[in-house]
Design a protein around this ligand. Structure first.
Ligand SMILES: [Ca+2]
Length: 301
């Protein structure tokens, strides 16, 4: 049995506000590798390798798997990337095609989006990061999130955007983040990533190690002191074990005293994310996904 630390926070009232130090967790990460290595980079996996989420394509491109050699994925054998094409023809569909990633950020703040991107020589030199917080809503631009293939085409780029200044993306059940080719600044045309190439819709945009992180509140001594008072909320530190996926058993304690009986079994919704060495959960529902070794839980509302 692996002992885990679980921070359990449940607000009693919606108006409760407690400012706490935060703890970063991986909401979802896609390495696009086959979950069972098959020594074939042309096969891959679109579900997250860590956490929960989904991928999408919009505006025309389809996808295939191919070698991710050169990306920052530490996997050296059977390392796949998610290749996409075709995109819009020259002079059409600015920011109207791309790839998208969907997660829940319920209970999380300070969202950070990072990814590796391969830009083909004839692919658009520029991409714009977009977002939406409702499945049917149009995408909106994330201010300042315009990226350029400054080193030319046929190159991997590691990119990251801190979305802390965009509160709409925090604590939402459905956050979509999209990467869309866009015209060169102050123009109405795409520019090829490599200067000696003409832009072409079959220029590949490929992706690897796409990662979305967030932060969950962590209890402070003051907050723990408030347990039981009910005035500002309920905040419990717990220690427990993870018997198997689908279950989580924790012994809730308050300052070294058992708060409730040990081995409490909870059922509900929970997302497992990787966080070696500790297990933190912001619980607004109950728990179904057990913490496995090196993993922790972030619960959906
Ligand atoms: Ca990979």
């Amino acid at each position: 049995m692996i002992l885990k630390q679980l921070a359990f926070a449940a607000a009693i009232t919606a108006s409760t506000v407690i400012t706490l130090p935060a703890h970063a967790v991986v909401v979802a990460q896609w390495n696009f590798n086959s979950p069972i290595p098959d020594d074939d980079a042309s096969t891959g996996w679109s579900l997250p390798s860590v956490g929960l989420g989904s991928t999408g394509l919009f505006g025309g491109p389809s996808s295939f798997w191919a070698s991710a050699a050169g990306s920052s994925d530490p996997t050296h054998a059977d390392d796949s990337a998610w290749f996409t094409r075709p995109y819009k023809t020259q002079g059409t569909g600015d920011k109207a095609s791309g790839v998208a990633f969907n997660v829940s950020t319920a209970g999380l703040t300070s969202i950070v989006f990072s990814w590796d991107q391969w830009v083909g020589a004839a692919a658009s030199k520029y991409v714009q990061l977009l977002y939406r917080t409702s499945d049917g809503a149009p995408f909106q631009e994330i201010p300042g999130a315009l990226f350029s293939a400054t080193l030319g085409g046929n190159t991997w780029y590691s990119r990251s955007v801190n979305l802390s200044n965009l509160p709409e993306v925090e604590n939402t059940a459905s956050l979509w983040l999209a990467i869309a080719p866009t015209y060169a600044p102050n123009s109405m045309a795409y520019e090829a990533a490599s200067p000696d190439f003409a832009y072409g819709p079959y220029g590949v945009q490929a992706f690897d190690l796409v990662t979305i992180t967030g932060q969950v509140p962590e209890p402070t001594p003051l907050a723990l002191f408030l347990v039981g008072a009910g005035a500002l909320g309920l905040l419990i530190r717990a220690r427990g074990t993870a018997p198997r996926p689908g279950e989580a058993r924790y012994r809730f304690r308050q300052r070294a005293r058992d708060l409730v009986s040990s081995n409490v079994l909870h059922a509900g919704s929970c997302t497992v994310t990787s966080e070696a060495g500790s297990c933190i959960a912001a619980v607004t529902g109950n728990i179904t996904a057990g913490c496995s070794d090196g993993a922790c839980c972030v619960c959906a509302p």
